[in-house]
Design a protein around this ligand. Sequence first.
Ligand code: 13P
Length: 280
Amino acid sequence: MLVSSKELLTDALKNHYAIGAFNVENMEMVIAVLNAAEETKSPVIMQTTPGTIKYAGVDFYFANIRAAAERANVPVVCHLDHGNSFETAVLAFHTGYTSIMIDGSKLPFEENISLTKSVVEVCHAGNVPVEAELGRVGGKEDDLDNTKGKNPFTDPNEAAEFIERTGCDSLAVAVGTAHGVYKGVPQINFEVLTKIHELVKIPLVLHGTSGVPDEQVTKCINLGMCKVNYATDLRIAFTHGVKEYMKGSPEGFDPKKYGAFGIEEVRKYVLQKMILLKNK
Ligand code: 13P
């Protein structure tokens, strides 16, 4: 069933676990994430960035995720990750996405508030929840790289004010993780996260989780992170599977054959993360 992220994240917050949010780039990755969710009986968020949407069109991704949701025995959310403009957010909303992120984190505080508020207004009219971002998550997701020369962490007081003034449903905060492949071990600032957790009563979102050690993810969940995003590692897993197939069958040419290897690698990865995020 295709559902909104609102109730899932509220339940996760109340019961101290997290919902996995996995970036899907093609039909094979949608199938892989669906299979892992079914196997672990986990509600799941499948998400696409504007860059992904540009590749095949928002309608194609929505159709794939909706098909997975209709087949699933677990709740499935179709989420826009890092919506980069009012127009993109509204397009995804009108297409049928059941959860929308608007990322105004590169804007000055007041402008981020007004952009987020305008998206909240549209989406809430259709009962679709909105994730916003405050602070500067490192690295580069899509074309967004907003870390240069700035204080990297979300200010806890600003976070509380931001939520109050925008009415957003969940908040992505910058606590030291980065999108993409880490060069060293990620350094999460648990002091900042603890302070945010004290002041903020809505679900928090952890971005840039590929490569973050599992124990640190668990600590983040215990400090209010209810949605945990994985993208890079899924891309790596899929490509690894395809390469493995091609290594064994260099003459291979059937996308169904190497696609199946990609699906299997992504399924195994997501399965392990889904167990972790249950936090039991
Ligand atoms: P990673 O690519 O580092 O897993 O980040 C995922 C993410 O936060 C998507 O918004």
